[in-house]
Design a protein around this ligand. Structure first.
Ligand SMILES: Nc1ncnc2c1ncn2[C@@H]1O[C@H](COP(=O)(O)OP(=O)(O)OP(=O)(O)O)[C@@H](O)[C@H]1O
Ligand SMILES: [Mg+2]
Length: 279
């Protein structure tokens, strides 16, 4: 009976097994998405693999959140296919998906009248009734410690600052412990220290075998922490690869319509991207 519950939830859901490194956990193939009568994504192919941090970058309106929504199986493509853990996205039920991918939407408008600790605990809901429910306390505590929110764990979520709320929202999806972690601009509201903290968490989760997809505007953060970057431009992937290959001044200047300079960091060699300024 124990073996049954460890493999299958009490509701008969099959629990995911840990992916081996390099396993494709989310894949978009030939994706086309139209919104409001306009093509927002055109012919996009992208894969998120276990063990990797994949950063999606690009200017406002390029299609990052749309692609993110498709990879999260929250948005159905007009053409093409999204697969999660090797199965077409539409082949998973919502409870099955919730065990396999955790999603932090862009500027999630959350206004929970609950203490912070309870908000984080909501991330454990998908595991209710499964053997892994036993990990709830540990997962919540670990996520709260990692995001540095323990000190206000008893306070109401609604009484926090913007950046504090953003870290609670992140803790909630970390506590979910899904092997595919999708974060849309998790650093947008955060100070310098906590931006670094979040990207280190992304790296740690990838090292532990998760696939992490993170939308970022800070190209320096992407260059320092991502294994691969995909640059979106007008609904297409303009370039994809290791940051040092992709972050070239010509490409970035064209895509962002802003002259930029790219320098190798003096110690790490990672690209540092700066706008060209008249000094
Ligand atoms: N529901 C919608 N109806 C019509 N157009 C939409 C809709 N949602 C998004 N769009 C348009 O699709 C394009 C891509 O939007 P998306 O949110 O994916 O951009 P983004 O790259 O995430 O931008 P940002 O950096 O500002 O978050 C934009 O031009 C946007 O105006
Ligand atoms: Mg967006």
């Amino acid at each position: 009976m124990r073996a049954m519950t460890s493999l299958f939830g009490m509701r008969g859901r099959e629990l995911p097994t840990r992916p081996s490194p390099g396993t494709v956990l989310a894949q978009a193939e030939g994706l086309h998405i139209r919104l409001g009568g306009r093509s927002v994504l055109t012919d996009v192919d992208l894969a998120a693999r276990s063990g990797e941090v994949l950063a999606l970058v690009g200017p406002n309106g390029a299609g990052k959140s749309t692609l993110f929504g498709a990879l999260a199986a929250d948005l159905a493509p007009d053409r093409g296919q999204v697969s999660i853990s090797g199965r077409p996205a539409e082949g998973w039920s919502a409870p099955e998906l919730a065990l396999r991918r955790a999603v932090l939407p862009q500027s999630a408008v959350l206004s929970f009248p609950f203490p912070v600790g309870e908000v984080v605990r909501m991330g454990r809901a998908p595991w209710a009734g499964t053997a892994l429910e036993d990990e709830d306390d540990e997962a919540v505590a670990e996520a709260m410690a990692a995001t540095e929110i323990v000190e206000f764990g008893q306070r109401p979520f609604s009484a926090l600052s913007g950046g504090e709320r953003a870290r609670v929202a992140l803790a909630r999806v970390l506590a979910q412990r899904a092997a595919l972690l999708l974060l849309d601009e998790p650093t947008a509201a955060l100070d310098l220290r906590h931006q670094e903290l979040v990207l280190r968490i992304c790296r740690d989760r990838a090292t532990a075998g998760d696939a992490v997809v993170v939308v970022l505007h800070d190209l320096g953060l992407a260059a320092a922490y991502a294994d691969r970057v995909a640059v979106l431009h007008d609904g297409r992937i303009a370039a994809e690869g290791a940051p040092a290959e992709v972050f070239r001044d010509e490409l970035l200047s064209r895509v962002y319509r802003q002259p930029v300079e790219v320098f190798p960091h003096p110690r790490s060699g990672a690209p540092v991207v700066l706008p060209k300024r008249a000094l």
